[in-house]
Design a protein around this ligand. Structure first.
Ligand code: KG4
Ligand code: ZN
Length: 346
């Protein structure tokens, strides 16, 4: 089975062809970042227009690279939310039109489910597993029981972790996207110079909070007393911030591992997914935690952690295996929590 995946929920216009034997035949990602850079963040209107401009070419390229024609494709899967609605509409309309014209099944895929199931594309992995989903808009710990079947163990009480990386990068005068910029600066910084807070660390439960950490970074910048930060200041703040984030996430994951273990004593896998899962310090911390607790640790390659369409095509394959498809009257959803998925999709 061959599925065309389309992803347009934020600032990447992406298309991919994936086969049910888990081979990625093509994975084309066009990043719009240059168009948003001067605004210091993703501008929804610009994103929607750029998706509209790029989508045809990106899909054509995904077919060319995979060396398949549309006729050979078995289904078309596109992100149906959550995300910036203009972009989601562009991807959804394109997928519906293609499905209708080529007489193929259409699947509206939840973007978060795309991230959540990626580990089954890259690794041999059975349900259930524990998932840490960390992206620009989300920060959650979930039990993944199957496509559409998720139980949330914890979530953020304020900012998503990717948002905290992006806002910190902005305060430090680093470019977009913030996560990789912070990671780069942190490599040459001193993580011990600033003792930033580890919000909720040591408390019970699996929730997250990042706003206090963000405030502490702002305060540290003000405390330097100068209008322009030195390179050392920037690198040291980035390193200290990143270590605080990794530390607090590892603490929350330790609680999640205990709680998951009580419910599923035989299933010992922690998966990390979403854009922030590309962060190497976070991966190293989680890997160490898994080693200590006897859990297997799976972190898909960074290019499959950040937004891409291979994950959307794969989620489509998982759903097709269960006989699930979507109606052509599916309405794109700006908000679409994973826990609501079962009821909406079935
Ligand atoms: O999953 P994703 O590509 O898009 C959303 O669905 O949100 O995640 C984007 C987020 C951004 O906040 C970006 O700064 C962050 O992931 N990110 C990183 C890294 N690469 C991307 N954060 C930390 N370290 C990275 N290497
Ligand atoms: Zn994402």
């Amino acid at each position: 089975m061959l599925v065309l995946g389309i992803e347009t929920s934020c600032d990447e216009t992406a298309a991919a062809i994936v086969r049910s034997d888990r081979s990625i035949r093509s994975n084309i990602v066009y990043s719009q970042i240059e168009e948003h850079r001067s605004f210091g963040g993703v501008v929804p209107e610009i994103a929607a227009r750029a998706h509209l401009e790029m989508i045809d070419g990106v899909i054509r390229r995904s077919l060319e690279v995979a060396d398949v024609t549309l006729t050979e494709v078995d289904a078309i899967a596109a992100t149906g939310g959550p995300g910036l609605i203009g972009g989601v509409i562009v991807g959804t309309m394109t997928a519906k039109a293609m499905a209708l014209a080529a007489d193929k099944p259409y699947l509206a895929i939840n973007h978060l489910e795309g991230h959540a199931l990626t580990a089954r594309l890259t690794n041999e992995l059975e349900f259930p597993y524990l998932l840490l989903l960390v992206s620009g808009g989300h920060c959650q710990l979930l039990s993944v029981m199957g496509p559409g079947v998720y139980k949330q163990l914890g979530t953020t009480m304020d900012d998503a972790v990717g948002e905290a990386f992006d806002k910190t990068a902005k305060m430090l005068g680093l470019g977009l996207p913030g996560g990789p910029a912070i990671e780069g600066a942190a490599k040459i910084g001193n993580p011990k110079r600033f003792n930033f807070p580890r919000p909720l660390k040591g408390r019970t439960g699996c929730d997250f909070s990042f706003s206090g950490l963000k405030t502490a970074v702002r305060q540290a910048i003000l405390n330097t007393g100068s209008d322009t930060l030195s390179d050392d200041d920037v690198n040291d703040i980035a390193a200290s911030f990143q270590t605080a984030v990794a530390d607090t996430i590892a603490d929350r994951c330790a609680n999640a591992i205990s709680s998951f273990n009580e419910t599923y004593p035989k299933d010992k896998t922690l998966v990390v997914a979403g854009g922030v899962a590309a962060n190497s310090e976070l991966r190293a911390r989680l890997s160490a935690l898994c080693q200590m607790t006897g859990f297997r640790f799976i972190s898909p390659p960074p290019a499959l952690c950040t937004d891409n369409a291979a994950m959307i095509a794969w989620a489509g394959i998982e759903r097709l295996h269960l006989g699930l498809t979507s109606d052509l009257n599916f309405a794109p959803r700006p908000r679409w929590p994973l826990e609501e998925l079962a009821t909406v999709m079935s």
